[in-house]
Every structure is written in C-alpha cells, then in structure tokens.
Design a protein around this ligand. Structure first.
Ligand code: GCV
Length: 652
C-alpha cells in the first residue's frame, strides 16, 4: 500500500521576507477546528519563515503583535473576516470559519507575499460543499485515473498519514463534506453500515471533524434485503421502514457526527423504488425519515434513466428522463432530502446544456453534481482545466423564480466526483490538481474567476517565476476548449470508446442500449430535441426553451445537441457545420502539440518530477488528439463527401 504523497498547494515553501506577526498566535476557543487553525498557522510559519510560533489562549484580541483567532457572536459559522494590520485578527462564528480564515491568510501570504494591511471578508456561497469518491471496498476506483483508493484496500478501511493530509488539503479550499465510497454500492461496501466497519469509520470521522468535514456514506437502496435479510425493499412496507429506523439508530450510536448518506437508485441496474411501483420521493423519504431523527441528510441522485433502450426508437430520449421522473415531485421530498443533479441531462460530456431540472423544483433542495474525475474529458492524461466550464454552469440562468435566478442561486449544495487516488501526486496528472483545488475554491466562493483560481493554484504549487506562471496559465485556461475542439463536435457528445470512455469511436455508442446517439448520416448529424423531435427542449422555462428550440438563436456550441442539421447548415460563426468540424479538429490537435512545445520550454524551471509527469502526459495527449482529429474528419468526410476548403490532409 503506497503512502508517499506530495503536499500539493500546501507545501509552504520558504519566503524571502519573514512575517514576524506569525511569532505569536492567540486563540479564544478550544473548538477542535480552531485548534487545527492555530496549528496550521504555526506550520505555515515554520515552512515559510522558519518561525516557531507560540500558541496561547486569549479571551479577545489584545494589543500585542500576533495573529488572533477570535470566535465571536453575530457571525456565521463558516464565514470569516481578516483584519490585517500590526495585529492580524481572524474572526468567525465558529472554529470552522476560523480554519477557513487561517487558510485564506496563508494563501494570500504565499500568493502576494507578506502584506502590511488589508481586510477580507468571505461567506461560502453554498452551505454544503462535497467531494464524492467512487472508491470501491476492494481498493479500485470507478472512473479513477490516479491510482487506487486511499480509503479502502482489499475490503479494509485504510487510515494513515495520507488520510489527514487529504482532510487538510480539501479543507484548505473549503470542502466540508466527503462521501468516501462509490454510489454503485457493491461487495464489501454493502456492509459499511454494519458492525464490521463502525470502528474504522469512527476514526475517520474524528480526523475529518478536526478539519470541519462531515463524513457521508453511499448506501444501497436494497440494504434491507442485502443486509437485513428482508424479502423486499419496498419503501411503503412497514417492515422496511422500521428496518431503516433501527439501522439509523444503530449507525448514529457509533457515528454521531455522520453527515448522512448518498443513494443512487433506479439507475444503471441499481435497485430503487420503481421496482415496487413507488415514486422517487417515496423511496427517498423512507430513508430520510429514519436518518432525519439524527440530523442526517439523504442525498438522492436524479441520474435515473433507462439504460436498456432501443437505438431504433427516435422519439424517446434519455436526456428527458431526470426531468420526467422528478419535476412532478417538487415539494414531495422531506426536508432532509437533497436531490443531486448532474450538471447536464446526459452524463458529464465535455459540453452539454445545463439540466432543466435546476429551473423546475423551487420547493426542493438541490445539489449540483460536477465531475472532476476526467471520465469524458481526457482521463487525467489530456489536460482539461474544468473551472471555466463550471463557472458557466453556475452562472446559467434558469429563470426559475425570477429574471436573474442562476444555478448558483437555486442550489443549496454542490458536489464533484473526485479525481484523486493514491498516486504520489494525488491526481495522476500534476496539472489536474488544479481541478481539485479549483472545485473547492469555486464552491466556497462562486464569484471567483477561473483565472484567479488558476493563478492562486500556480503560485502555491509551481512558484512565481514569470515564464512558468504565464505558460501554465495559458495552458490551463485554453485546455477545455482545446479538448472540446478535437473531440465530438457542437455538443453532440458520445463519440468515445465504449466503456473506457477514452479516445474516439464515432459509432461506438450509436447502436447501443445507452441512449447516446448522434444520428450522423450522409446528409447531416445531431439530435432533434425540439418540439417536433423528442420535445426535450420544452422542459426548460420559456426563455431557454425558445433560445435552444430556435435554430436562429441556439448557441453554436450546443446546436447538434438540440437539432439534427445538414452538413451544409451555416453556423452563426459564418461557416458550414462540416467546415467547422474540419477546422476545429485541425486546430485542436495543433493546440495540443503547442502545449507540448510550450511545456518543453519549462525544463529546468519546474521540479523534475513535475516536468517529467506532465511531459509524458502531453505526449500521449498529442497522440490522442491526432487520433481524434483523423477519425472524426475521415468519418465526416466519408459521410458527407465534402472537401475541406483548406485542402488539408484527410484520410479518405
Ligand atoms: C458510478 C456514468 C459512469 C459510471 C457512473 C455513473 C454514475 O455512467 O460511466 O461509471 O457510475 O455515471 O454517475 O452513477
């Protein structure tokens, strides 16, 4: 079992000028998280300034030079303020806010050097900010691209130095909840809510709670059968309901701080309430009533769809399904249920419209689910900084209850499928850690720009040498668009290798059961989701339904998601679809090659370990991009017979 790991953005390298204010740290509370804040400041003082700080209790901020961590009334639990002058005063309503304030102070010191004077205030944008691990009890990770699990190994739970390092890393960017296991609960993981695991889970809960993180567990809807030996998991059966109540009582007697549970039901062969003719609300509420007695949440996924479809059927549409199953249930869920909704109606493609469910359920608590594990976005081989995309999603206007309601306004929680594993560098690709960092920072403060986040991450991780900063900044900020250019065009998605989801296979999913079609033929490509097609577009509020439904206004980048169009159709950017396909694929592959060249110029300017890791991955990325370029261009040339206006090489 590998335990060596790097500290990522928390390395606290030596700074040129020492900040003497770090010599004395005062604290007015013995809350666990506040003590963590004090020791983190002391750790930063040692690393950055070679200072060995003293930590003392002090009721209030005194006049002596130093850093004061002051828990005070009248402030929220997770918001903080920093008043930086002769003394530095960090205030919050609880130890958790003090911890976020301490990390913010250190971050600023690393990024800008010691500053004499400033004030900063911050309130988290959403109260629940979560990472979802798809780790299996045997140690494998579903859609994991950076080694094995660091939570599980051969059916046992693993708790070691890395566990604490992980808690520290994610708490430093504002994450306050972690689901440690795969939503596909199988094998030993079924028993996570049994005597076999409580002791280890309780140890983990202790470590997490010192960093203000709540532990969550994925559980199976069929647990009353799989664990309880009942012959049914029907949520309306009193035997089942009482099994859940007793189970919740048992769980909370061992794990009083458990945040709650996450359930994937009626999806991809997982058990769920549909088996018993019950609704998703009936299913969720049966569990929620049991966990609610102890303050536990039930996070219920909306990724509910039929994965046994007939590709011949062009009228029904997988994209419609979440909305069809859930929107009519607005207001029917118990208060401790939070619906977890993937950002798009399909499945974490490089480009999809935002799910219409975000505008549809004003009486229901909703959580946005994103994916930083790069399942469809290059698998931590190809570079793809996802924060610009996440910002667009959060900023999307749902028109739910008013003119300006954005996704960010209608959600109470945000989650991302984690991209971590037990690789030394945590995320496989060194630069993919920018997504882990960025997701946390953006979830804490939705107003941060992708540029600000990238800059912070680079300065803390790679240092401040101008050439390094400029090069990596440029690579990160253009990488999502580059990836989009050389893969499936104009929002149509799904031209990937089935199952692995890496590399091109234009027709790999075209005649499958998964509901993921592009319908390319000799005349055109795309899915007609207008009123005359599958009708998916009508699930949006009127303004968005009109925007997407009308070919004149539908944004180019999503045009094939909503419309089936001839190759000769002229896009708003003034070129035909076929020429756009050729151009973007040549451009995308050239940009991937340019990343490699730019990176090579940094040899000797970043740590050798980092240099070698990124180099190796960029070489693979250029090969992947080339393969995508040629397969897509050839496929569409053969389908359409249209020549490239610029006469470039297309393998015919
Ligand atoms: C955890 C996609 C992935 C699956 C994943 C599923 C989900 O289908 O390919 O690996 O399963 O989404 O989000 O539940």
């Amino acid at each position: 079992m590998q335990v060596e790991f790097t500290e990522l953005w928390l390395e606290y390298r030596k700074q040129v000028k020492a900040d003497k204010r770090y010599e004395s740290i005062y604290i007015n509370t013995d809350e666990r998280t506040a003590l963590t804040a004090a020791s983190e400041l002391a750790r930063a003082a040692r690393g950055m300034y070679g200072i060995h700080s003293t930590i003392e209790m002090s009721e209030e901020a005194g006049s002596a030079r130093g850093i004061y961590l002051i828990k005070c009334g009248g402030m929220s639990d997770e918001g903080y303020s920093i008043e930086c002058g002769e003394r530095i005063i960090i205030s919050s309503g609880s130890g958790r806010g003090l911890l976020y304030g301490a990390f913010a102070l250190i971050r600023r010191a690393v990024c800008r050097g010691a500053e004499e004077r400033y004030t900063e205030k911050c309130e988290p944008s959403q109260p629940l900010r979560m990472l979802n691990h798809w780790d299996n009890a045997d140690g494998s990770i579903e859609r994991g691209y950076s080694g094995e699990s660091f939570f599980f190994c051969h059916g046992r739970m693993v708790i070691n130095a890395r566990t604490r390092a992980y808690a520290r890393l994610i708490s430093s960017v504002g994450i306050n909840a972690v689901v440690i296991n795969n939503v596909n609960v199988k094998d030993d993981a079924v028993e996570l809510i049994s005597g076999r695991y409580y002791e280890r889970l309780s140890e983990l809960e202790e470590i997490f709670s010192a960093y203000g993180i709540k532990l969550y567990i994925s559980i199976s809807f069929a647990a009353p059968m799989e664990l309880g030996g009942l012959d049914s998991a029907d949520p309306c059966d009193e035997r089942v309901r009482s099994w859940w109540r007793e189970k919740a009582e048992e769980i909370y007697s061992y794990l009083p701080g458990l945040g709650g549970v996450l359930i994937k039901a009626d999806s991809e062969e997982r058990p769920g309430p549909f088996t018993y003719g019950r609704t998703q609300a009936e299913g969720a509420n049966a569990v929620a009533q049991a966990f609610g007695q102890y303050g536990g949440d039930v996070i219920w996924r909306c990724f509910v769809y039929n994965c046994r479809r007939d590709w011949r059927d062009r009228k029904t549409d997988r994209a419609r399904e979440s909305y069809d199953h859930f929107s009519g249930l607005d207001g029917a869920f118990d208060d401790n249920v939070i619906l977890q909704i993937k950002n798009g109606p399909m499945d974490f493609q490089v480009r999809e419209p935002v799910s219409p469910l975000f505008g549809a359920m004003p009486k229901t608590r909703q959580m946005l689910e994103l994916q930083i594990a790069q399942e469809y976005t290059g698998q931590q081989i190809d570079l793809c900084y996802l924060i610009p995309w996440f910002r667009e999603i959060l900023g999307f206007k749902t028109y739910c209850c008013g003119e300006n309601d954005r996704v960010a306004d209608v959600i109470c929680a945000i989650a991302a499928v984690s991209n971590t594993g037990n690789d030394e560098n945590w995320t496989g690709h060194e630069l993919a850690a920018a997504n882990l960092y960025g997701f946390g920072r953006l979830s804490f403060d939705n107003s941060l720009t992708a540029e600000t986040i990238a800059m912070e991450w680079i300065l803390q991780t790679l240092g401040s040498e101008t050439e390094v900063v400029d090069t990596v900044m440029n690579m990160l900020l253009s990488s999502w668009q580059t990836y989009e250019k050389y893969t499936a065009p104009l929002g149509v998605g799904w031209m990937v290798t089935p199952e692995t989801h890496y590399g091109p296979d234009v027709e790999g999913y075209e005649y499958s059961r998964w509901g993921t079609y592009h319908y390319a033929d000799r005349n055109g490509v795309g899915v007609d989701r207008t009123r005359n097609g599958t009708g998916f577009v009508t699930q949006y509020r009127q303004r968005n339904a009109e925007l997407y439904g009308n070919i004149e206004t539908c944004p180019d980048e999503l045009v094939l998601f909503f419309h089936h169009l001839p190759y000769t159709h002229v896009l708003k950017r003034g070129k035909t679809i076929i020429q756009h396909i050729y151009d973007t694929h040549f451009e995308g592959a050239a940009e991937a090659e340019a990343f490699l060249e730019q990176w090579k110029r940094l040899h000797g300017k970043v740590e050798e370990r980092v240099y070698g890791n990124v180099l190796e991955r960029l070489i693979k990325q250029t090969e992947n991009a080339r393969e995508w370029r040629d397969r897509i261009n050839t496929y569409f040339y053969r389908s359409s017979g249209a020549e490239d206006e610029k006469g470039r090489i297309i393998y015919k």
